[in-house]
Design a protein around this ligand. Structure first.
Ligand SMILES: NC(=O)c1ccc[n+]([C@@H]2O[C@H](COP(=O)([O-])OP(=O)(O)OC[C@H]3O[C@@H](n4cnc5c(N)ncnc54)[C@H](O)[C@@H]3O)[C@@H](O)[C@H]2O)c1
Length: 418
């Protein structure tokens, strides 16, 4: 029986070229793939992966396949799929269930097909696959050895599941590796969010008032990149320390309601719900642009916007113009879904190299430690995190100093002082 569902198999040649192009920027994953090819650490392991189906994910899936795994892939967001990549992967023997723009029912049907693979290991980005597995397929969940989670929002959901005693197998929070969030969330989301908004709107950033909601790892990256292009950046926050950091990094910090008086572009990246709500939209200037780069499309209250608007029209691909009763127009980008994937190509491959190197090595670790970890959410083992950092530095031809014996002793001592 056909176990894949994609848009158009004829797109495979284009997908293969783009996968190759991304692969050139992923030397760490390449080196892991070569070792996996020799050692086959994932031989016979069935993996159900729910990830953004991009060229970088394709390189990851091929590395896992090379390691002996049987991988099936579905999308972790209805708008993030690259249809040429799905076609290429199917030709490479990796079943994919993902079509860009699929509706919610199709999205979940694709997740269910991935679960029918009867995984030993799950890979998730946002925890939709893992929560579906736990809610609707407990007998399959009971047979899973372990899993990985890619993003902040997924890790939060899984920790909540573990706290409620609902999680039935161990999951490694790849997001929390230093070689993941310090780079992928900050530089990856920073650059690709600006890229997505630029591709959708072609706005000039210089001189524009840009409001960034949330100053976590993603928000830090977006704010800095927007500032680098000449925008006046305002940050909004709910945590005092994050707000202080933003202020001392040189950004204006204020409540969102106040920022609405001057903001021209609003970007949410909080992992929270209804950050931009009806009251905010009522304050916004004519022509305001709203984009989200957080995991789910709940950060902007879209149902409220739909209610408030007298009419709406698609004015460009990825741009919907809502006209309020008083004539003001609000532009929503990419249906409020992660704008870097909805309107651009997601993170550059070079940064996904580190995230997916962590994923690959964590899968190998799960197989090696099978049966030893209780159901819970675990940090990426420090040796994996450091190894990824070391390999990435080496691929960039950067060498660093090492501690002398004297320094090692000094740093391990307490006697010596003033
Ligand atoms: N677009 C992408 O490709 C991409 C990549 C990585 C992560 N993400 C997602 O982006 C989101 C943020 O991730 P992160 O790693 O930056 O998380 P984080 O936890 O480091 O930062 C989130 C910040 O948002 C703040 N916040 C929460 N509610 C807020 C509110 N109502 N108003 C203002 N600020 C608020 C928090 O105080 C925190 O400082 C998550 O949903 C994550 O899954 C997206």
């Amino acid at each position: 029986m056909k176990n894949y569902d994609i848009k158009d198999p004829a797109l495979a040649p284009e997908g293969k070229l783009r996968i190759d192009w991304a692969g050139k920027e992923m030397p760490v994953v390449k080196s892991i793939r070569e070792r996996f090819g020799r050692e086959k650490p994932l031989k016979g392991v069935r993996i159900s992966a729910c990830l953004h189906v991009t060229t970088e994910t394709a390189n990851l899936a091929l590395a896992l396949q090379e390691g002996g795994a049987e991988v099936i892939l579905c999308a972790s967001n209805p708008l993030s799929t690259q249809d040429d990549v799905t076609a290429a992967l199917v030709e490479y023997g990796i079943p994919v269930n993902a079509i860009k723009g699929e509706d919610n029912d199709t999205y979940y049907r694709h997740i269910i097909t991935a679960l029918e693979h009867e995984p030993h290991i799950t890979m998730d980005d946002g925890a939709d696959l893992v929560s579906t597995l736990h809610k609707d397929y407990p007998e399959l969940a009971a047979r899973v050895v372990g899993g990985t989670e890619e993003t902040t929002t997924g890790v939060i959901r899984l920790r909540n599941m573990a706290r409620a005693g609902k999680l039935v197998y161990p999951i490694i929070a790849v997001n929390d590796a230093q070689t993941k969030h310090l780079f992928d969330n900050r530089y990856g989301t920073g650059q690709s969010t600006i890229d997505g908004i630029t591709r959708a709107t072609n706005i000039l950033w210089a001189g524009r008032n840009v409001v960034v909601c949330g100053y976590g790892w993603c928000g830090k990256g977006i704010a800095r990149r927007a500032q680098g292009l000449g925008a006046h950046v305002i940050v909004t926050e709910v945590q005092p320390i994050a707000a202080l950091e933003a202020a001392m990094d040189g950004f204006r910090v204020m409540p969102l309601l106040k920022a609405c008086e001057v903001g021209e572009v609003f970007i949410t990246t909080t992992g929270d719900t209804h950050v931009i709500d009806e009251a905010h939209m009522l304050q916004m200037k004519d022509g305001a642009i709203l984009a989200n780069s957080g995991h789910f499309n709940v950060e902007i209250n879209i149902p409220a916007l739909e209610r408030m608007a007298g009419s709406k029209r698609q004015i460009r691909p990825s741009v919907e113009e809502y006209t309020l009763d008083d004539g003001r127009r609000i532009h929503l980008l990419g249906e409020g879904r992660l704008i870097n994937l909805a309107a651009a190509e997601g993170h550059p491959a070079s940064v996904m190299d580190m995230s997916f190197a962590n994923q690959s090595l964590c899968l190998e670790y799960i197989v090696r430690t099978k049966g030893q970890l209780k159901p819970d959410v675990y940090a990426v083992p420090e040796e994996i995190d450091h190894e990824v950092g070391r390999l990435k530095l080496a691929s960039m031809n950067i060498t660093i100093d090492s501690l002398t014996q004297e320094q090692e002793q000094y740093l391990a001592s307490w006697e010596e002082g003033t």
